[in-house]
Design a binder for this molecule. Sequence first.
Ligand SMILES: *Cc1c(COP(=O)(O)O)cnc(C)c1O
Length: 493
Amino acid sequence: MNFIETRGNDGVKPIEVPFSEAILNPSTSFGGLYVPKSLPKLEDNFILNHINSSYKELAFDILKAFEIDIDESEINKALALYDNFDDASNPCPVVKVKDDLFVHEQYHGPTRAFKDMALQPFGSILSSIAKKRDEKYLILAATSGDTGPAALNTFKNKENIQVVCLYPDGGTSDVQKLQMVCEDGKNLKVLGIKGNFDDAQNALKKLLASKTFKEELEKDNINLSAANSVNFGRIIFQIIYHFWSYIQLLKQEEITNGEKIYLVVPSGNFGNVLGGFYALQMGVPIEKLLVASNENNILTQWINTGVYDIRGKELKLTKSPAMDILKSSNIERVIYSLYGADRTKELMEDLNNNNIFKMSENETLELQKYFSAIYSDDTFGTKTIKEFLDIGYLMDPHTATCIKAYESLREKPLKTVIYSTAEWTKFSPTVLNALNQHNEEYRDKEALEEISTKYNATLPQSIKELFNAKINHSSVIEKEDIEEEIVKFIRES
Ligand SMILES: *Cc1c(COP(=O)(O)O)cnc(C)c1O
């Protein structure tokens, strides 16, 4: 199956490209995104036929249906990385918390957040294509805290790939920072930036547009690629686990085949819930996708009004930082799917030029057939973390935003799966304050120890080890010096 562009084709780029090309070179005509030409038709009873499949078998069959141009042996090698998750047979367990409420835990991978679900196999596939083509790639990532560790972990020591990861110094949790600065691997460079996440991201964008930078890379025959969720190579792996949610409820005899369920997804760049949207269109009986946000509630506004307006809006720093966002990249793929390329180009250009786009009433109604949305603030989050611990379930602040949607958006009494995108260990000071119902300054180390002793919560080995690990990356630099540092790194390694 080939891939086409959400904003249409400029007559210079190829009209369609295979999967390997779409993921190695994700830049397109008019700044659009690659999407599959159509979604695969699955066999009748695909879900029932997979009720006893392992996660890897399910994943393999879904990837197969997309007819991607990747050798089966490479697909299997990539999927084998799920064996490193806590439970190889069930990398993302779906756990019952209340009669009609289930938590899909997406954080059982090496860096304890949902980014591993896709980045682990994606890293393996990307490196295999680069090797096969005998090309070298540089991957630049700006992170607010979860993508960085996951990208470094997956690309560590991979052939034909180098990674530079920019993080805002002081803007991540201790655990997130240690996960980056302690990572070894000759092909990795981690740079702290004096500034916030936006500064890091803007510096990266400037670099991508820099002529001198491109010339330096060309001298070394290095191509640029991207590992953020605009890359369809990540999205494809984010479709699979929504099938898994449904199959797990069937297996646990919580639903009968065909019975609809709600999915609630804590959202930022809209990549996680986009996978759910595709799963719905591929036949998973989903009543609706409920989109949870924090006080950066741009997605709530868009889904409820059809207007996406970031004029004069400033990013708020919340206790669920992975969802702190103004421009959410993957809504573009939904817009394309519902209204086509011409309209997508029009709306996205409005947003770029005027910081606002407005959909028509009919378009908005169409969107609302699939999505509902609501947001909650940090006060709701901390109250929720405490309430759920009281019934025996420990959740992180991102997961907690889902409870608002679970409580207020459901129109039918259907079973509901909420997505837990991070383990509590990544945000332990916030969680401890929620549990103790106060507001103190903690280092992660103290908070982790107190929670694990007082509430008998398990600390994974990978988190414990961080506090004694060797720091391999100690540079914190000015934005202006990024280009020079990266060029130096490329030349040295
Ligand atoms: C990345 C992330 C999200 C947001 O996911 P999107 O796919 O960008 O919507 C939510 N929670 C956590 C913990 C994350 O790391």
